[in-house]
Design a protein around this ligand. Structure first.
Ligand code: UDP
Ligand code: MG
Length: 321
């Protein structure tokens, strides 16, 4: 019997305190999608918002059942919200986009044909026009460093806005790690990937959830969750410091034997003790970071908990795997 089901597109949208913009996103999608695909569903994931986002999502679903929603039991972060959406999406192709219209839905018209040609990931790469110059500079530097340190490659401007085949989503869901750095995971799973460029757009309303501090933490997470090279660097660094200390000791000893200079260097002693102490603290910190991650992974906690969905309360498994 022939398969009569039409291919469906799912769009996963993580939403955290987006009451001001979600309506415009939904209106844009309602206008655009019917002309683009035969069948679609939009999965709006409320990531524990403290504003009226969840109420708005309920209203949207009541109006138009093609817009489903999930609500997480608290704010788990965008990574978990995306994962929740991916785990519940039913489509044959699955797109991920932000709620704030910074990911122009029109671009899907360019992205979807590439998927039909057999690609498994189609990534949108944004140009950084209009970003704060400092943030642009820091990001560029970060990507340079990241690509040096880590085996998977990240490209500046390539974020979570992408369309994935069912095969790629299955692969992503099979990666069960707790600390999820999705940018890296997208790259890690591989598959045939195509890139489509778009111009940067400003947020349609509300405000960004990223502070400089959270960006720095996110950056560190990225490097640490993909390799253990910082530990290797720590060994090199320690070896270098030890070598310097050894040479210096040799010099002091020679000075004492040859010139009889025994009590030299109160200042250098203090500097050395404090300096080495500092280096040790940093290296311990690096080890501690890894240890903390191992601790979290061993707990095997679910990535998110659901409290409600358009299909009823808690109808879904709480863990992905
Ligand atoms: N987001 C989320 N959980 C969070 C933080 C953000 O689901 O804890 C969502 C947010 O609603 C938006 C997307 O992630 O749809 C991107 O967030 P934001 O626009 O703040 O990031 P930026 O575009 O500034 O990188
Ligand atoms: Mg945004």
């Amino acid at each position: 019997m022939a398969d009569t089901r039409k291919p469906m597109l799912s769009i996963v949208v993580p939403c955290f305190n987006e009451e001001t913009v979600i309506g415009s996103l939904v209106a844009r999608l309602q206008e655009l999608l019917p002309g683009m695909v035969e069948e679609f569903e939009v999965l709006l994931v409320d990531d524990g918002s403290s504003d009226r986002t969840l109420e708005v999502l309920r209203e949207i679903h009541a109006d138009d059942a093609r817009f489903r929603y999930l609500a997480l039991s608290r704010n788990f972060g965008k990574e978990s919200a995306m994962l929740a959406g991916l785990s519940q999406a039913r489509g044959d192709a699955i797109a991920i986009m932000d709620a704030d219209l910074q990911h122009p839905p029109e671009l899907l018209a360019e992205m979807l044909p590439l998927l039909d040609e057999g690609k498994d990931q189609v990534v949108a790469r944004r140009t950084r026009t209009g970003d704060a110059p400092f943030r642009t500079f820091v990001s560029r530097l970060y990507y340079k460093l990241f690509n040096r340190l880590v085996e998977v490659r990240l490209e500046d401007g390539e974020g979570d806005f992408r369309v994935l085949s069912r095969k790629a989503v299955r692969a992503l869901l099979a990666v069960g790690e707790y600390n999820r750095f999705s940018k890296g995971l997208f790259s890690w799973i591989g598959f045939d990937t195509a890139v489509v460029a778009y111009e940067n757009v400003a947020r349609a309303g509300g405000e960004t959830k990223w502070s400089m501090r959270s960006l720095v933490n996110y950056g560190i997470d990225g490097v640490l969750s993909f390799n253990s090279r910082p530990l290797r660097l720590a060994i090199y660094f320690g070896a270098f410091i030890s070598l310097v200390a050894f040479l210096y000791a040799l010099w002091v000893l020679t000075d004492a034997i040859v010139n009889g200079n025994e009590a030299a260097g109160y200042v250098t002693t203090i500097c050395t003790v404090v300096g080495i102490g500092g280096v040790q603290m940093i290296l311990l910190g690096v080890i501690g970071e890894y240890l903390g991650r191992i601790y979290l992974e061993t707990k095997k906690r679910p990535h998110f908990l659901l409290k409600e969905s358009s299909e009823g309360p808690l109808v879904t498994p709480v863990t992905v795997l």
